[in-house]
Design a protein around this ligand. Structure first.
Ligand code: NAD
Length: 353
């Protein structure tokens, strides 16, 4: 069997395209995991890979993740992802963005792209000169689109409140202690929303000044990035890196709930079982962090139908994240299976697998 199909992240992807444009120097992989629910949507990552096999792995793994995320958010879209392989210096030119736009256009709407790591709104505007199948474009005030961070933060905030009600039986966040890892676009937004509700905050960031400044603005504490995963708290909210939940860190956790926006928090799927065994309620990352994709997918779907897209529909859909989480936790409780496994099984059913 060729190496490609024996990749651990190969999951019967519907289509995987390797694109090379000699004139601009663009090399990209576009992976469409599933179009069962609609066009495969997911961002484009611009990254230098020391080995192209890693780029293929990212495209396969991340596009499957988008299928699950979009399905669990109840969106009429499938899952896809693209990676653009940059040189060591990270060179990204207008000509490459145009060639990438041509490649997206050639897929005839089966794939819809957006920002991911290494991409900006300006890049999406450049790609949009060649294809309609882009979201994450600059938005007018009060309309869907633009920076997904605040929408992602809102979904996480609502998910944390649902977890606190479910696990701790508390209907308010007053004095609930939340330790936040990462104070960027998402983590900073979550911290602000929680502070407004009277939560007790402990903030950390690899940039210690950023955490300290936000803590003094919001009235919480800050601590060194290395210590946040062992702080005694009600909720640990990871909003920085992936793969942070492993054997060693799970043993150190001193919290009742893990709920945050970082993608791919579990180092391996069995770490969901370890959280479950320790009695820690886990909010599957791709369910709780769907606010951003909800926002940009509404932007795309409204534009495609030629109608304005106000934020009410976006906020209503983000407001359904807690309900989906409760569904997962209830099934997890009833079946004794960890919440990550329950979520994966639900997502697979939704995409017809
Ligand atoms: P960001 O770059 O704005 O913020 C990340 C923050 O984490 C930065 O302040 C950085 O200094 C800090 N950080 C990095 N390493 C750290 C460490 N080891 N310990 C503590 N802090 C550390 O990024 P973001 O947009 O806020 O995204 C955060 C996470 O959420 C990422 O995993 C991202 O994939 C995920 N996510 C983001 C969105 C979105 O809408 N932006 C949507 C879904 C998922």
């Amino acid at each position: 069997m060729p190496a490609f199909w024996s990749e651990p992240d190969w999951d019967e992807h519907e289509r995987v395209e390797v694109v090379h444009d000699r004139a601009s120097g663009l090399t990209a992989i576009i992976a469409l995991h599933s179009t069962h629910l609609g066009p495969a949507a997911g961002g484009t990552r611009f990254w230098h890979y020391d080995d192209p096999a890693k780029a293929m792995r990212d495209a396969l793994r991340l596009s499957r993740g988008m299928s699950y995320k979009n399905a669990m958010a109840g969106l009429p879209i499938g899952g896809g992802k693209a990676v653009v392989l940059l040189d060591k210096d990270g060179t990204k030119t207008e000509a490459m963005l145009h060639a990438f736009g041509d490649a997206v256009e050639a897929l005839g709407g089966r794939y819809v792209t957006a920002e991911d790591v290494g991409a900006s709104e300006a890049d999406m505007v450049a790609i949009h000169t060649r294809t309609q199948h882009v979201c994450g474009l600059p938005a007018e005030d009060g309309e869907a689109g633009g920076d997904p961070g605040p929408f992602t933060a809102m979904g996480i905030y609502l998910g944390i409140k649902a977890a606190v009600a479910h696990k701790l039986g508390k209907s308010t966040m007053q004095d609930v202690h939340v330790a936040v890892q990462g104070c960027g676009s998402v983590g900073g937004g979550v911290a602000r929303l929680l502070a407004n509700d009277g939560a007790k905050l402990t903030l950390s960031d690899i940039d210690q000044n950023r955490a300290a400044e936000l803590a003094s603005e919001l009235g919480g504490d800050s601590l060194a990035a290395a210590d946040v995963m062992s702080v005694a708290c009600d909720v640990f909210s990871p909003n920085a890196l992936g793969a942070i939940l492993d054997d060693e860190s799970i043993a150190r956790l001193d919290c009742a709930i893990v709920a945050g926006g970082a993608n791919n928090q579990l180092a391996r799927p069995h770490h969901g079982q370890q959280l479950h065994d320790r009695g820690i309620l886990y909010a599957p990352d791709y369910v709780i962090n769907a606010g951003g994709i909800i926002n940009v997918s509404y932007e795309y779907l409204c534009r495609r139908e030629g109608k304005p897209c106000d934020l009410d529909a976006v906020n209503e859909r983000i407001g359904q994240i807690p309900g989906r989480l409760r569904e997962i936790w209830n099934e997890s409780h009833a079946s004794g299976r960890p919440s990550n496994e329950v979520a994966d099984a639900m997502a697979q059913r939704l995409i017809g697998r």
